[in-house]
Design a protein around this ligand. Structure first.
Ligand code: FAD
Length: 202
């Protein structure tokens, strides 16, 4: 049973995983099992070129980010389970006991984070009731989002990145994933606000 399973290893999903991973020393995180399902082949990031994203050197390819972010997470926070090459097909259950079905396996998780981008149609069965037209993209693009309040879709289900209704910019997606990570950390800390920082002074 995962405590959190992130679905989608693009910008917002990886950002969420990195912040959750970085909090491993906090007492309320030590016993938590965290995973991310990465299905990178079909990622739209494969075609992207970044010249305008904070902290990312100009000329960085999306295809490079897809592999480098996996290595970054693995090297820095190896306790995060990375499930590679599986596509999520269905989510069933309720907060505290979701079943996430992929094309190869099924997994149980208490919380799920959906980070699969705003492509239409929405390809995961079980969350259809939350799918609405994207509110911050021109209608001609035919994008969708999940209805949410500050990234929370319903009890135990969070959404990040463009699928949360944010405009498509790397920095926004990354921030969205980090925001959800800190919301989950705060939940685990009984509502006391949490951030996760490293410092050269420590
Ligand atoms: C061609 C292109 C150029 C861009 N250029 C810029 C730019 O110059 N500057 C900028 O700021 N932004 C740019 N962007 C936008 C930026 O890449 C996005 O805003 C950002 O990637 C959105 O992050 P996300 O997490 O919402 O989705 P993504 O990063 O798209 O991540 C979604 C992930 O979910 C995975 N996935 C999808 N379905 C499933 C499933 N069923 N099961 C498991 N995994 C699944 C995908 O493979 C993907 O890895 C560009 C995007 C594209 C496509």
């Amino acid at each position: 049973m995962f405590d959190v399973l992130i679905i989608g290893g693009g910008v917002s999903g990886m950002s969420c995983a990195l912040v959750l991973g970085s909090a491993y020393k906090k007492p309320f995180v030590i016993d938590k099992k965290i995973g991310i399902i990465t299905h990178q082949k079909a990622s739209s990031l494969q075609d992207a070129l970044f010249n305008n994203a904070y902290g990312i050197p100009a000329g960085k390819l999306g295809s490079e980010l897809l592999t480098e972010s996996i290595e970054h997470l693995q090297n820095q926070y190896p306790h995060i389970d990375q499930i590679e090459g599986e596509k999520v097909l269905k989510i069933e259950g309720e907060a505290g006991n979701f079943t996430v079905v992929t094309n190869k396996n099924s997994y149980s998780s208490k919380i799920v984070v959906i980070s699969i981008g705003a492509g239409n149609p929405f390809t995961i069965e079980g969350l259809d009731e939350y799918v609405i037209p994207h509110q911050k993209t021109i209608p001609e693009k035919n994008r969708i989002q999940l209805r949410n309040t500050d990234h929370k879709v319903t009890e135990g289900v969070y959404v990040t990145g463009t699928l949360a209704g944010w405009r498509s910019q790397l920095s926004i997606a990354s921030g969205s994933g980090a925001a959800v990570a800190t919301d989950i950390l705060t939940l685990w800390n009984n509502g006391v606000h949490v951030q996760s920082h490293d410092s050269i002074r420590k």
